[in-house]
Ligand binder design. Structure first.
Ligand code: SF4
Ligand code: F3S
Length: 104
């Protein structure tokens, strides 16, 4: 599966949603997540994210994000079309420590 990671927080560009063939993105207040049991591993979303927030879970150190995507995709609503990002999205792009600062 692919997972959404910290770089999405406060950016939410939602380009990923537009390309996913199985509509497996779910929307929280500050970030999106992927439902790992619905993701078919096609990989088309990865290069679409301007924040480079989407990664295959085969990369090292992503256990926390796999867990978080699994947990919140079961709670948050499905999002199936792109919407405007937050006005300050670009200011938060690439910022470090966003999980600790903004995730709740
Ligand atoms: Fe959707 Fe494919 Fe991305 Fe999985 S890898 S979330 S199926 S676009
Ligand atoms: Fe987030 Fe990137 Fe999608 S910032 S909403 S994972 S396009």
């Amino acid at each position: 599966t692919y997972v959404v990671t910290e770089d999405c927080i406060k950016c939410k560009y939602t380009d990923c949603v537009e390309v996913c063939p199985v509509d497996c993105f779910y929307e929280g207040e500050n970030m999106l997540v992927i439902n790992p049991s619905e993701c078919i591993d096609c990989g088309v979303c990865e290069p679409e994210c301007p924040a480079e927030a989407i990664l295959p879970d085969t990369e090292d150190g992503l256990e926390k994000w796999l867990e978080l995507n699994t947990q919140y995709s079961a709670q948050w609503p499905n999002i199936t079309s792109q919407k405007a990002p937050p006005e300050d999205a670009d200011a938060h792009k690439g910022e470090k420590g966003k999980f600790e600062k903004y995730f709740s």
